[in-house]
Design a protein around this ligand. Sequence first.
Ligand code: SDX
Length: 428
Amino acid sequence: MSEVAKIEYNGQVYELPVVTGSENEKGIDIAKLRGSSGGLITLDRGFKNTGSCESAITFLNGEEGILRYRGYSIEELADKADFLEVAYLLIFGELPTQEQLSKFDADIKAEAHVDEDVKRILDGFPKSAHPMGVLSALTSALIAFNPSSVNANSEEEMYQAIVKIMAKFPVLTAWAHRKRMGLPLDYGDDNLGYVQNFLKMMFKKPNAEYQENKIITNAIDKLLILHADHEQNCSTSTVRIVGSSHAGLFASLSAGISALWGPLHGGANQAVIEMLEAIKADGGDTKKYMGKAKDKEDPFRLMGFGHRVYKNFDPRAKIIKVAADEVLGDLGVEDPVLGIAKGLEQEALSDAYFVDRKLYPNVDFYSGIIYRALGIPTEMFTPMFALGRLPGWIAQWREMRLKGEPIGRPRQIYTGANARDFKDIANR
Ligand code: SDX
């Protein structure tokens, strides 16, 4: 017997089915509300209480701070898997066998070249261009060089588009970095693993052999896993809604990159370091900045704190905080902003304003400290987030397309002028 919810309005009672998920989450299915009530719709600014889909990819429990990819805990995956394995899991639903993983890796390597003409597009950007804008543009430009990726309707066509972008996105990310640093572009090496190869493309000096630092490779691999998916966040919802028009995978990803760029979303990792640097420059007075964060008249927010879903510790932040201590210790890096970050966290966790609003550190609070210790420039922090989130965006786009979801088109409540007649300009 399926559950129903009842909405009473204007003397009428409308019964709506309740959907129950595999983790016993409940959703009122309002598909028939407008039609059965003569026009009643729901309104939910920022979709804080509204589900856009049923998905089998990632499960979050914000109250308990739980994050699972396809049923596996983020803690286990970060500890035991590697990024390409997690990408396969997210996209295809199961942890790969060695044979499946080797084929995925080989299919990606076979697509790792980026058309030389894309370099000419990159050349057109000023060095000062933010790499997120470059990445969004180049991802969209890839469509012109891979036209078959646009109308990917069958699973096989989707697979071909997926391995293409999994191969070319790390190249574009590294190229965006090298362009800003005035370095010649690097094409990578098929003998290296996915993350090793990305780091080689990022950091290989033009006049020296690339020397891998395993500590850095392992730390980046773990960070990419932690960023790989997060159900219906702003950028993933963007990828889904653009993809719902059948605009193609690369166009959908390009839109998702732009959404992630915002400082309230993925851009927060860059904003956190800029905030910590400002506090350091201001004498490390964390209490002053805590006061600013609580002052409604002050636009300042404690970047890296708070989350739409997590009303407990973001499990990723807990893992990254431990990794920050380990990586900086292993590399012998002293970074004073780590101490400032820990001080802010301690103060916030005992401050009524933050406790009452259940504001805890999120994934962005400590990640920038590790990226910086690994030699990644601040403006490349959000591109790193995008590289991590790539398989999640792909998985969500593929699920949406394979399920044949309808084109996304929300309704609205109109609050503008009522009907009125046109006035000639002489009479206005
Ligand atoms: C990511 O959705 C995802 O899953 C995203 C993400 C992913 O993996 O995809 O997890 C990645 O985007 C993490 C979030 C990164 N952003 C930041 O760190 C920016 C700082 N955080 C805030 O801007 C805010 O917390 C949001 C945007 C993250 C969440 O905003 P909500 O859910 O809309 O909450 P809200 O703005 O309504 O805040 C509720 C209250 C308000 O105070 P009151 O009006 O109740 O008095 O909390 C306050 C807010 O002013 N508040 C903060 C705050 N965050 C919320 N006050 C000070 N500093 C903050 N950081």
